[in-house]
Write a protein that binds this ligand. Structure first.
Ligand code: SF4
Length: 383
C-alpha cells in the first residue's frame, strides 16, 4: 500500500486585512494571474516529493481561496490531478469567507470536486465582526452556511473566535447555540490572540484599543467546553470540535505527523524528517520558483525536535499520547520519564492516565502548550 500524504495550497489574497490576522496575505490582487502561473510551476517542480504517495487530503487555505473564481480554482485542481496521485476518496477542503458564498458559487465548488468547506464566520454579531475587521455581516454568515448546505455540502465547518472584549459570556453562549443548530458537522473555535504583525498589535501599542482579557478567554473556553459536552459535537483538539466521524482528516494528519506538501507563498511542508518553508512573500516566492528552488528554508529535525513536536501535537489532541506508540518511537526510558514528570509536576485535574494513554482533560487542554513546553527536552548544543 502506498504511503499517505496531504497537500496544502496557500492562496495569499484577501479582500482586506482582519485586525487579528498574522497569516501572510495581500489585498493587492493584481498578481493573481502571476501567482497562478508560479503555483502551476511549483506543482510540477515538486511532484517528485510525492512520488509513491497517495494524497488523502487536499486543503486550499489562505488568505481567502474563495476570492478565486471557479475557473481559477479549476486550473489549480487540474494541475494537482495531473501531477499527483489523489485518492478518489480524498477530503478536499476549501476555506471560504461568507460574503463570497452565493448559492451558485457553492454549487460550482461542489462540481469542481470540493467536498468540505470551512467558512470563516467568527461571530454572528455585526458589532463584533466590525471590531474584528471582517467584511461580512451576521446575516451573510447565516446565509453562507445555508447556501453551502443547499449546494450539497454535507461536510461544513465554521470558524468562531472567542475572548473578544466586546462580547460578554452570555453573548458567547448564544453564538454557540446559534452554531449548534446549523447544518454543520465541525467547528473550530479560537481564542483571540495578538499576533505581532497584526493590526490589533499595532492598535494596542498605539493605545487605540486594549489587549484581549485573558481571564475572559479562559472563562469563555470553559463555557465552550460545557456547551459542547451537552451538544452533538465532541472536542478532539484544543480548538477543534466535530460530530463523531466528521473530524478534519487534513488537520488530524498534521497531528499524526503524516507527511504533507505545502505549495504557494509562506506554505510549509513536512516529509517525516525535515520541515521546509516556501518564501514568505509573493515577490520572494516568484523569485524562488523562477530559480526552480523547491524550498526557501529547510530544517532537519533532530531526535529532540521530533520528541518535542510529538509531545506538543499529541497533547493538544483529546486522544493524547498512545503510550505503546511513544515507547516504540522514543523508548521506554523517555516514556517513563514523561509519566514521572506528569505525576510530580502536573495538576491532576489537567490530565488522565490509563495503562495505554496519557491525555489532557478538557480543562487541561486550555493549558496544553504550557504543559507540553514544561515537558520538552532541551537539546545540548555544541558551540
Ligand atoms: S483572517 Fe483570513 S480573511 Fe482575514 S486577513 Fe487573515 S487570511 Fe484574510
Amino acid at each position: 500500500m502506498k504511503e499517505k500524504s496531504g497537500l496544502y495550497i496557500h492562496v495569499p489574497f484577501c479582500k482586506s486585512k482582519c485586525v487579528y490576522c498574522g497569516f501572510y496575505s495581500t489585498v493587492n490582487h493584481r498578481e493573481i494571474e502571476k501567482f497562478l502561473s508560479a503555483l502551476s510551476e511549483e506543482i510540477d517542480l515538486r511532484k517528485e516529493e510525492s512520488a509513491g504517495k497517495t494524497i488523502r487530503t487536499v486543503y486550499f487555505g489562505g488568505g481567502t481561496p474563495s476570492l478565486l473564481p471557479p475557473s481559477q480554482l479549476q486550473y489549480i485542481l487540474g494541475g494537482i490531478h495531473r501531477h499527483y496521485d489523489i485518492d478518489p476518496d480524498a477530503e478536499i477542503t476549501i476555506e471560504a469567507n461568507p460574503e463570497q458564498l452565493a448559492l451558485d458559487y457553492c454549487e460550482e465548488l461542489k462540481t469542481l470536486g470540493f467536498n468540505r468547506i470551512s467558512i470563516g464566520i467568527q461571530s454572528f454579531h455585526d458589532e463584533i465582526l466590525q471590531f474584528l475587521g471582517r467584511k461580512h455581516t451576521a446575516k451573510e454568515a447565516l446565509q453562507a452556511v445555508e447556501n453551502a448546505h443547499k449546494a450539497g455540502f454535507d461536510n461544513i465547518s465554521i470558524d468562531l473566535i472567542y475572548g473578544v472584549n466586546e462580547r460578554d459570556n452570555t453573548l458567547w453562549l448564544k453564538e454557540l447555540e446559534t452554531a449548534f443548530v446549523m447544518p454543520i458537522r465541525h467547528f473550530s473555535a479560537y481564542a483571540l490572540t495578538v499576533e505581532e504583525n497584526s493590526l490589533l498589535y499595532r492598535r494596542i501599542r498605539q493605545h487605540k484599543t486594549v489587549e484581549p482579557d485573558e481571564d475572559m478567554a479562559s472563562v469563555q473556553y470553559a463555557i465552550l467546553s460545557e456547551a459542547v459536552a451537552k451538544s452533538r459535537f465532541a472536542q478532539y483538539e484544543v480548538s477543534n470540535f466535530a460530530v463523531n466521524g466528521w473530524e478534519s482528516r487534513h488537520n488530524s494528519a498534521y497531528w499524526d505527523r503524516t507527511p504533507y506538501l505545502g505549495l504557494g507563498p509562506a506554505a510549509h511542508s513536512f516529509d517525516g524528517a525535515h520541515r521546509s518553508w516556501n518564501a514568505p512573500t509573493l515577490s520572494d516566492y516568484f523569485a524562488q520558483i523562477e530559480q526552480r528552488k523547491p524550498f526557501h528554508e529547510r530544517e532537519t529535525l533532530t531526535d529532540t525536535d521530533r520528541y518535542n513536536e510529538y509531545l506538543l501535537l499529541r497533547l493538544r489532541t483529546r486522544a493524547g499520547i498512545d503510550l505503546r506508540e511513544m515507547e516504540a518511537l522514543f523508548g521506554l526510558e523517555r516514556t517513563d520519564g514523561l509519566l514521572r514528570h506528569f505525576e510530580t509536576d502536573v495538576d491532576t485535574r489537567h490530565y488522565e492516565h490509563t495503562p495505554d494513554r496519557l491525555r489532557l482533560t478538557s480543562e487541561g487542554l486550555w493549558f496544553a502548550d504550557g504543559i507540553a513546553g514544561d515537558a520538552f527536552e532541551i537539546e545540548e548544543k555544541s558551540f
